[in-house]
Every structure is written in C-alpha cells, then in structure tokens.
Design a protein around this ligand. Structure first.
Ligand SMILES: CC(C)(COP(=O)(O)OP(=O)(O)OC[C@H]1O[C@@H](n2cnc3c(N)ncnc32)[C@H](O)[C@@H]1O)[C@@H](O)C(=O)NCCC(=O)NCCS
Ligand SMILES: Nc1ncnc2c1ncn2[C@@H]1O[C@H](COP(=O)(O)OP(=O)(O)OP(=O)(O)O)[C@@H](O)[C@H]1O
Length: 197
C-alpha cells in the first residue's frame, strides 16, 4: 500500500523545492505543474483542445505559456476555460501514476489540491508556507510574471491561512536547512504510522 501525501501551497511558497527534498528522502513524486508541461508540449494532449478555443495560444505545435498569460490578462474568463480543458487531462495523468506507484510514500505536488478537492484522495496533506513578502519577492525575481499576473493568480487561490488550517502538516520554507529538517520530521512520523498500522 502506498501512502499518498499531498503537497500544496500558494504560488511561489516552495512546493517544487520541498518536493525535491521528499524525493531525496526516498519518496516517489508526481508533479501537477510538470504534468501540465507534458500536455502543453508538442504532441501533448492539451494542444488540440487549447488550439480549438484559443488559436493564438499555440506556437510551433505547442501551447505557449507566454501567449496564454497574455490571453488570461486580457480576458477575464480565459483561465477558467483553460482549467476546464486542462484539469481533466491532468487528473487522468495522476490517476495513471497512482495506479502504477508501488513506493511506500508517494508525494503529489498539486498547487490547487484543496481548490479541486484532490485532498480527499490523499492520506495526509503538507502545506508549504512563507511570509507574503518573501513569496512576492521570490516569484517576481523569477522574471516570468508581471506583478499584475502574480496578483491575479494569487487572488484565485485559497488563502495561505486557510490552506495551513486544513493541512495535516505545515512546512515553513524560510531557509533550505529548516525546510529539510521539517521534511525529515514529517517522514519520521508518517513512516512510524505506516509501520504501526
Ligand atoms: C497560467 C500559466 C500559463 C502560467 O504559466 P507559468 O509557466 O508562468 O507558471 P507555472 O505554470 O509554473 O505556474 C506557477 C504557479 O501558478 C499557480 N497557478 C497556475 N495555474 C493556476 C490556476 N489555474 N489557478 C490558480 N493558480 C494557478 C500555481 O501555484 C503554479 O504553481 C499556467 O500555470 C497555466 O497554464 N495554468 C492553467 C493550468 C492549471 O490550472 N495549472 C495548475 C496546476 S493543475
Ligand atoms: N526552504 C527554502 N529556503 C529558501 N528558498 C526557498 C525555499 N524553498 C523555496 N525557495 C525559493 O523560493 C522560490 C520558489 O520556490 P518553488 O519554485 O519551489 O515554489 P513553488 O511553490 O513550486 O512555486 P510555483 O507555485 O510558482 O510553482 C525559488 O526561488 C526557491 O529557490
């Protein structure tokens, strides 16, 4: 039996970085953002349905994130329409992975875990968090989003406080060392639960 550990947190809170720490500690990983990258790539299953609804979003046979972000900025309802296309395809990818996973603990890195009800299929949920100031600084320093794009995405997500309340474990991503210690503590507890069961 695989223990399914959901990993969530708002934009730029440190999901990917923390997910890699879980991998280094021996967990398997499924990453929702990576699944979106796969289905947007040339030959990916999202390309045709996105092209049908937003023809200018597809460039050289793949979905262009830059173009998608421009479309989302200009059209209020666009993100919701994109989600309607993307989320069922991502859910299918996750289902396939889940069925084939034989590791003791599998981590599911899912930005919208609570928003989509995905938490219901997890055995426990970890939420990563950091101060709103650091969150903003970290996202904007990547240079991939304007401040307006960041604000629009953040507003669409469940507030950090709500996610922290709903999670079984909270990991503060203020420094790498501190986050790693918390990852190890979470795994010690889960591994004990698995061996006691
Ligand atoms: C908006 C897009 C074009 C931005 O692409 P970009 O490469 O700049 O950012 P990236 O994909 O790494 O996303 C950054 C973060 O934004 C947040 N985010 C992404 N999509 C959404 C969304 N629909 N609602 C709320 N937050 C979102 C997540 O925290 C994510 O980790 C892209 O995220 C996208 O196509 N989103 C729609 C698909 C989706 O809902 N993905 C969420 C995971 S299933
Ligand atoms: N524990 C930490 N200590 C210091 N910096 C960190 C830590 N965790 C993450 N960061 C930094 O914060 C930034 C965002 O981290 P990361 O990409 O892991 O977040 P994310 O939640 O996956 O982002 P997104 O929601 O946009 O996909 C990166 O620059 C990363 O190096």
């Amino acid at each position: 039996m695989t223990f399914k550990l959901g990993l969530t947190g708002s934009i730029g809170m440190g999901k990917s970085t923390t997910a890699q720490m879980f991998v280094q500690e021996g967990c398997a990983l499924w990453d929702a953002d990576a699944a979106v990258h796969r289905i947007y790539a040339s030959g990916g299953v999202a390309v045709a349905p996105i092209a049908a609804r937003f023809p200018t979003a597809v460039k050289d046979g793949a979905v262009s994130r830059t173009r998608l972000k421009e479309i989302i900025s200009e059209d209020q309802g666009a993100l919701q329409e994109i989600e309607k296309i993307v989320h069922p395809l991502v859910a299918r990818d996750r289902q396939e992975f889940m069925q084939n996973c034989t590791d003791d603990i599998c981590v599911f890195d899912i930005p919208l875990l609570f928003e989509t009800g995905g938490d219901r299929s997890m055995d426990a949920v970890v939420c990563v968090t950091v101060s709103p100031q650091l969150q903003r600084e970290r996202v904007l320093s990547r240079g991939t989003m304007t401040e307006a794009q960041f604000d629009a995405i953040r507003e669409k997500q469940l507030p950090d406080e709500t996610k922290r309340q709903r999670a079984d474990y909270v990991i503060e991503t203020d420094t790498l060392e501190h986050a790693r210690e918390q990852v190890q503590a979470v795994l010690t507890e889960i591994r004990k639960k698995i061996s006691d069961a």
